[in-house]
Design a protein around this ligand. Structure first.
Ligand code: NAD
Length: 259
């Protein structure tokens, strides 16, 4: 075994959905730096193009994960242009923070259709191609909210748990064909998604204090988990959730007993 190349993905075709911002953007740069031929896809084509322009050979595509036709068209284009699909990372997620009793139907449907149905659409389309090809690695984005909640996070949390079960099911279904499916579950990461929290120091600092590293993550700190799961370093890793949460879910944080 060549230990030096364990995390390399040279020549592999990598589709990053959500590549226009935050964790997806960082993942696109990190996967390209490890040798991937990166396709940057996002609902915001200009944002995907901005990232693709900074990566040699990368292409930008528009996709709306909540629409199965749009997702299927993306993968058909990739298949037609590249002839294979080795790695898919899907990050799009939105949140409407509200108590369940105040939630409106359209808000519920919006969060479900991007986070849960969107991830489902990607898992299904990528899974079909990879099953036929008999190889591939799919990485979805869950959250600490798949395990633990706070007021106002009910619907978002439900989607993040649902994503874990979809990932486990697809891993079970496609394992025999050599396709791996995993999730990354971040803690608090500084991105445009969480920028409203940054403008509230009490809220921002409370989240920093909640995890055992006592700080937020940078988006670039999600690159390692993604590259690991994409690469042959994770060749025996499937159906799992990699928590990159600074220890958020390890300690309950209510009280520090005197030691
Ligand atoms: N930032 C955090 O603290 C944090 C914590 C836990 C989990 N997560 C999860 O990580 C993932 C990425 O989060 P982020 O902070 O990078 O978010 P972000 O808002 O910075 O980026 C999301 C990207 O997805 C795109 N997008 C939104 N809706 C889309 C759609 N329908 N189709 C295609 N693209 C769409 C956006 O244009 C944007 O470029 C999300 O699933 C989020 O739930 C984030």
């Amino acid at each position: 075994m060549d230990y030096q190349t364990l995390f390399r993905i040279d020549g592999r075709v990598v589709v990053v959905i959500g590549a226009g911002s935050g964790i997806g953007e960082a993942a696109a740069f990190g996967l390209a730096a490890h040798g991937g031929r990166v396709v940057c896809a996002d609902a915001n084509l200009a944002a995907a193009q901005r990232v693709a322009d900074q990566i040699t050979g990368a292409r930008a595509f528009v996709v709306d994960v909540s629409q199965s036709d749009s997702v299927n068209a993306l993968f058909q284009s990739v298949q037609a242009e590249y002839g294979k699909l080795d790695v898919v990372v899907t990050t799009p997620g939105i949140n409407v923070r509200k108590p369940i009793v105040a939630y409106q139907d359209d808000e519920f449907e919006r969060v479900i259709s991007v986070n849960l149905k969107g991830t489902f659409n990607v898992l299904r389309a990528a899974g079909r191609l990879m099953a036929e090809q008999k190889s591939g690695s799919i990485i979805a984005f869950s959250s600490i909210r798949s395990l633990t909640v706070e007021p106002g996070q009910g619907v978002y949390a439900a989607t993040k748990s649902g994503i874990v079960q979809l990932v486990r099911a697809l891993a079970a279904e496609l394992g025999p064909q050599g396709v791996r499916v995993n999730a990354v579950a971040p803690g608090v990461v500084e991105t445009p998604l969480t920028s409203p929290i940054k403008s509230r120091p009490d809220w921002y600092n409370a989240y920093a204090e909640k995890n055992v590293l006592r700080r937020w993550a940078a988006a670039e700190e999600m690159i390692g988990p993604v590259v690991f799961l994409a690469s042959d370093a994770a060749s025996y890793v499937t159906g799992t959730v990699l928590f990159a949460d600074g220890g958020w879910t390890a300690a309950d944080g209510r009280f520090e007993p005197p030691l």
